[in-house]
Design a protein around this ligand. Structure first.
Ligand code: NAI
Length: 699
C-alpha cells in the first residue's frame, strides 16, 4: 500500500506515501483509486481530500518504474484521474511542497484544489522531450489561462503556488492554506464546506481561449522555434495547448495522447530520458552504499592559484565553504585572487550576483604562502603544474602537515593517481577530483578512485559534489581518466582526417553541424594547443608505437598555440575570438601530406562525424570493459557535461545504441580497410563486438 486511507469525521483523507516524492507508481495509483471507491461506498463520508506524505504532494511518474510495464499498467494515471472526476463526492487536492507532472495532472482532475504557500508547481515533461500526457495541456490552460499555462508547459520550470494564486481569474487554486502545517486541517474544513455543492465543478467543463486567438499561437510558435533548436517537444506543447482552445475536451485529450506517444519514440526524448536516469545512476557506487559514513568538510585548501585553482576555489566559496589558497609566490597569489575578484565583479555588474553575496564570498577566501596555515583544512585540492616531480613535492608536504582524516585530492588530468597517493603514508585519504575548465562553470567532476581510496572518502566527495552543484562521475585510474582518454582517440582521428584531405574548418563544421558545441580544432585553439603537445610528448615516451598525425606538432613548432598567441589552427584578430581559416595552416597541411606521399581525397561530412564519434565509442567500450567506468551511461554523462557533446544525442554511447551497434561495427570495418588509416585504430573493442553480435545495446 503506498497511500493511506483515514476518515476524519465525515471526510476521508487519502495520503499518498511513496517516498521520496510520492511518485505515481502502480501501487500508489491503485491505492488512490481504491481510496476513492471506498469513500464513495461509505455513507458516512461526505467529501474526500487527497494529499501527500513527507516531502511532496506528488512529483509525478515514479522513475523507479520508468520503461517497465508497471508504468502504464491499469489503473494508469488517466484512469485514476477519471475516477476522481467521476467521484460522486467532492475531492479536494491538498497540495504542498511539490506538485509536478502527473502529480499536478492528478490535482487538476480533482474538483477543488487548496495549496500551501511555497509549493512548487510544474509540468516538467518538456525536459524529458515530451509533453504532459495525462491532460496537463488540456486542463492547465483552462484554470490558469492559455498564456501562463503555455509558459509553464514549454519551459517545464516550477512556479510557486502563491505566484499562480495571484493570476487574475485563475481557477487552479480555490483557496490558499495559511501554511503547510495547517494544510490538512484547512483542506478537511474546506471539503466539508463544499460537501453539499452540486453539480461538482470539473476543469474539463471550463473554457480555454486566448483573446488574440491564432495570432497568439503564431507568436508562441516563433518564440519557441528560437529556443527549441534540436528538440521537437516545445513546438508540440504549443500545438497541444492550441488544441485545448479548438477541440472538444475529449478530442483534445486524444490529440495530447497522440503527440505524447509519438514524442516517446523520438531519439531526442530517448536521449533526455536516458540522461535523466544516467545522472542518478552516476551518483551511485556499487560497493559504497548510501549509508557509508562521511567525513565532515567545513573548510577547504587549494594548492595553486592558476587557471584551475581559482575556478575550483570559487565552487566552494559559492557554497559558503571557506577556502585558503596556497602558492609559492605572493605575485602568483595576487594574480589568482585578482582573477577570482574580476570574475565575481563581472557577475555583480551583470546583476547575477548581489553585492552582499559578493562580499560574503570574498570574505570566505584566505591566502597563504605557508603550509602551516592549511593543516587544519578538511579537504585539500592540489592544482599545481602537471609534472609528477612537482606533485610529489606537494603531496609529501601535505602528508607532513595535514591533520589526520583530511582528504587529499589532486586535480591532475593525466597523471597516475596511485603514484601520487604513494607519495603519502595515507593513500586511503587520496582521491582525484578532476575539474574541467572553467572550473567554476563546467558541471562535470571526474572523481578518480585510486586503488586504495577509502570508501568513506568516496562517499564524502560524491556528496560534496552535489553540494557544489557538480555532476560527479567516478573513474578508475587510467591515462586521461574517462573523458581525456577518449578524447585522445577523437583527436587522433581529427589529425588523420587532415592528413587524408580535410581542412580544419571542414572537420569543425561537420561535427558542429552534428551538434558539438565546438569542433576539435577550434577547441584546441581555445584550450591552447601547447597543452596537448606536452601530453603527446610524454605519451610518445610511454607508448612509442602510437601513430599520430604530425600536423598538430608542426603547428606548435610554429608557435601557433591558439587564441592566446593570436594564431593556432585559425588566425585571430586582436581582441576577437572569430576563427578565420588560415592559408599558412592549409599550406602546412598540404606540405605534410606531400611528405607522406598521400594523394588527398574528398571526405564527406558523414565520414568525418562517424570517424570522430565512433572513435569515442570504441574507446568508451574499452573503458567500460576494463571497469574504469562503472556503466556506459557514466560515459555519456562525462561527454554531455564536460565535452559539449550534443544533448539531443544523449552522449556517444547512447548515440551508438541508436545508430545500432551492428552498424557501428560495420562502419569501423570500412574504415579499417582504408589503407592510409592506422588499421589497428579501428579494431572494434571486444565488448562492442560482443554486444553487436548479440544484437544488444550499451544501455
Ligand atoms: P596553471 O599553470 O594555470 O596553474 C598552476 C599554478 O600552480 C601556478 O599558479 C603555479 O604558481 C602554482 N604552483 C606550481 N607549483 C606549485 C607548488 N609547488 N606549490 C604551490 N603552487 C604551485 O595550471 P592549471 O591549468 O591551473 O593546471 C593545474 C592542474 O590542473 C594541472 O595538474 C592540470 O593538469 C590540471 N587541469 C588543468 C585543466 C585546464 O584546462 N587547464 C583542466 C583539468 C585539470
Amino acid at each position: 500500500m503506498t497511500a493511506e486511507y483515514k476518515v476524519h469525521g465525515d471526510v476521508a483523507v487519502i495520503t499518498m506515501n511513496n517516498p521520496p516524492v510520492n511518485g505515481l507508481g502502480y501501487a500508489t495509483r491503485t491505492a488512490i483509486a481504491d481510496g476513492v471507491n471506498k469513500a464513495n461506498a461509505d455513507a458516512a463520508v461526505k467529501a474526500i481530500v487527497i494529499t501527500g506524505a513527507g516531502k511532496a504532494f506528488s512529483g509525478g511518474a515514479d522513475i523507479k518504474e520508468f520503461g517497465s510495464p508497471k508504468a502504464t499498467a491499469e489503473p494508469n494515471l488517466l484512469s485514476v484521474i477519471l475516477a476522481c472526476e467521476n467521484s460522486s463526492k467532492p475531492i479536494v487536492a491538498a497540495i504542498h511542497s511539490v506538485a509536478m507532472g502527473g502529480g499536478l495532472e492528478l490535482a487538476l482532475g480533482c474538483h477543488y484544489r487548496i495549496a500551501a504557500p511555497g509549493a512548487n508547481i510544474a509540468l516538467p515533461e518538456v525536459k524529458l522531450g515530451l509533453i504532459p500526457g495525462a491532460g496537463g495541456t488540456m486542463r492547465l490552460p483552462r484554470v490558469l489561462g492559455v498564456e501562463p499555462a503555455l509558459n509553464m508547459i514549454v519551459s517545464g520550470e516550477p512556479v510557486k503556488a502563491e505566484m499562480l494564486a495571484q493570476l487574475p481569474g485563475q481557477k487552479l487554486f480555490d483557496k490558499m492554506a495559511s501554511s503547510a502545517e495547517a494544510l490538512q486541517e484547512e483542506a478537511i474544513a474546506f471539503a466539508r464546506s463544499v460537501a453539499a455543492t452540486r453539480p461538482l465543478p470539473l476543469v474539463r467543463n471550463m473554457p480555454s481561449k486566448h483573446p488574440l486567438g491564432d495570432a497568439y499561437f503564431q507568436f508562441a510558435r516563433n518564440m519557441v522555434k528560437g529556443m527549441a533548436k534540436n528538440f521537437p517537444a516545445p513546438a508540440k506543447c504549443v500545438d497541444a495547448v492550441e488544441a485545448s482552445t479548438k477541440k472538444k475536451f475529449d478530442e483534445g485529450m486524444a490529440y495530447e495522447r497522440e503527440i505524447f506517444t509519438a514524442l516517446m519514440f523520438t531519439p531526442e526524448s530517448r536521449a533526455l530520458r536516458h540522461l535523466f536516469v544516467a545522472e542518478r545512476a552516476a551518483s551511485k557506487i556499487a560497493d559504497v552504499p548510501d549509508d557509508t559514513p562521511q567525513r565532515e568538510i567545513k573548510s577547504v585548501a587549494v594548492i595553486g592559484a592558476g587557471t584551475m585553482g581559482g575556478g575550483i576555489s570559487m565552487n566552494f566559496l559559492n557554497a559558503g565553504i571557506p577556502v585558503t589558497i596556497l602558492e609559492m609566490k605572493q605575485e602568483a597569489l595576487d594574480r589568482g585572487i585578482a582573477t577570482i575578484r574580476k570574475n565575481y565583479e563581472g557577475q555583480v555588474k551583470k546583476g547575477k550576483l548581489k553585492q552582499d553575496k559578493y562580499d560574503q564570498r570574498m570574505g570566505l577566501l584566505k591566502t597563504t604562502l605557508s603550509y602551516e596555515d592549511i593543516g587544519q583544512a578538511d579537504l585539500v585540492i592540489e592544482a599545481v603544474f602537471e609534472e609528477m616531480g612537482v606533485k610529489q613535492k606537494v603531496f609529501e608536504k601535505l602528508d607532513e602537515v595535514m591533520k589526520k582524516g583530511a582528504i587529499l585530492a589532486s586535480n591532475t588530468s593525466t597523471l597516475d593517481l596511485d603514484k601520487i597517493a604513494a607519495f603519502t603514508k595515507r593513500p586511503e585519504d587520496v582521491v582525484g577530483l578532476h575539474f574541467f575548465s572553467p572550473a567554476n562553470v563546467m558541471k562535470l567532476l571526474e572523481v578518480v578512485r585510486g586503488k586504495k581510496t577509502g570508501k568513506d572518502v568516496l562517499a564524502t566527495v560524491m556528496a560534496l559534489a552535489k553540494k557544489i552543484k557538480k555532476t560527479a562521475v567516478v573513474s578508475g585510474v587510467t591515462d586521461g581518466f574517462i573523458g581525456n582518454r577518449m578524447i585522445e582517440q577523437y583527436s587522433r582521428q581529427a589529425g588523420f582526417l587532415l592528413d587524408e584531405g580535410a581542412t580544419p574548418q571542414q572537420v569543425d563544421r561537420a561535427i558542429e553541424k552534428f551538434g558539438f558545441a565546438m569542433g576539435p580544432f577550434r577547441m584546441g585553439d581555445l584550450a591552447g594547443n601547447d597543452i596537448g603537445w606536452a601530453i603527446r610528448k610524454r605519451r610518445a615516451q610511454e607508448r612509442p608505437n602510437m601513430l599520430y598525425s604530425r600536423t598538430a606538432d608542426k603547428l606548435c613548432e610554429l608557435g601557433r598555440f591558439g587564441q592566446k598567441t593570436g594564431a593556432g589552427w585559425y588566425d585571430y584578430q586582436a581582441g576577437k575570438r572569430d576563427a578565420i581559416p588560415s592559408k599558412l595552416v592549409e599550406d602546412m597541411i598540404v606540405e605534410h601530406r606531400k611528405s607522406l606521399g598521400i594523394e588527398p581525397r574528398k571526405i564527406s561530412d558523414e565520414e568525418i562525424v562517424q570517424r570522430l564519434v565512433f572513435a569515442l565509442v570504441n574507446e568508451g567500450a574499452r573503458i567500460v570493459e576494463e571497469g574504469i567506468a562503472a556503466r556506459a551511461s557514466d560515459i555519456d554523462m562525462v561527454y554531455i557535461t564536460g565535452y559539449g557533446f550534443p544533448i539531443h544525442r544523449g552522449g556517444p554511447m547512447l548515440y551508438a545504441d541508436q545508430v545500432g551497434l551492428f552498424n557501428v561495427v560495420q562502419a569501423m570495418k570500412r574504415f579499417q580497410a582504408n589503407p592510409r588509416d592506422d588499421a589497428q585504430f579501428w579494431e572494434p573493442a571486444p565488448l562492442l563486438l560482443k554486444l553487436a553480435s548479440e544484437g544488444k545495446t550499451f544501455s
